[in-house]
Design a protein around this ligand. Structure first.
Ligand SMILES: [Zn+2]
Length: 229
């Protein structure tokens, strides 16, 4: 009897150990698969919960370009997957002047037209002009033209740093677009992140200005919480 009890104890210990090893193995496999197949934001809490956020639409003027092959081709933008920030590289010029430049592209012959435009331009005083509707592509961000909205920002001097008014409008506009299209922080990019071009210059020269800007967007979104959306 004593021998049998000892044997049973031994068996129980073996079964428990096997069970423990199996559980550990399953946890490990599940963990690996979640890591392999999950996209950003899948694991744990999402970065931004848009069900409780509503950003008011910033004041903006619709001044759409005339449809033309060099700045407003009328090509549908099927799904907005990001926002690209630019600087005009035209120190001291305002939103209207840059919009006029885009509009003037229609005069260029089709075969050697410099294809350039942007969905939005933010002026030195923070005024936002809409040049291309959000459901059409603009010519600003190279391979990302097909799935992003572009924002050109005016700047007072060669450093490319935005005025406070431009900067605040940019934060508001980007936060609004993030909410509207439910974008993640990683979907907010610079032209530099697409092509390596030094655009927007100040935010490429000073990476901390870019990370600071993205933090401000998150803070803006988080403070735009509502009770019932
Ligand atoms: Zn650019």
């Amino acid at each position: 009897m004593k021998k049998l009890a000892k044997k049973n104890k031994y068996l129980l210990a073996v079964v428990l150990a096997a069970l423990g090893v199996t559980i550990l193995f399953v946890c490990l496999v599940v963990g690996i698969f979640r890591g392999l197949f999950s996209k950003k934001g899948d694991v744990g809490k999402p970065e931004i919960d848009y069900s409780v956020i509503q950003v008011a639409k910033p004041e903006m003027q619709e001044m759409y370009l005339t449809k033309n092959i060099n700045s407003r081709p009328g090509t549908p933008l099927e799904k907005v997957r990001g926002v690209v920030v630019h600087y005009t590289a035209n120190p001291g010029t305002d939103a209207q002047a840059n919009r006029n430049y885009f509009e003037s592209r229609k005069e260029e012959p089709d075969d050697k037209g410099n294809k350039v435009s942007s969905h939005f331009i933010i002026g030195l005083d923070g005024r936002i002009l809409c040049c291309v509707p959000e459901n059409e592509i603009a010519y600003a961000s190279n391979v990302r033209n097909a799935d992003t909205l572009s924002i050109e920002c005016c700047h007072p001097d060669k450093s490319g740093q935005f005025s406070q008014a431009t900067y605040y409008s940019l934060i508001h506009l980007v936060a609004y677009l993030c909410d509207k299209y439910e974008l993640e922080s990683s979907d907010i990019i610079r032209h530099y992140d697409v092509t390596g071009k030094k655009c927007p210059k100040h935010m490429v020269d000073h990476p901390e200005a870019w990370t600071g800007f993205k933090k401000e967007i998150l803070a803006y979104l988080k403070k735009s919480k509502i009770e019932n959306k």
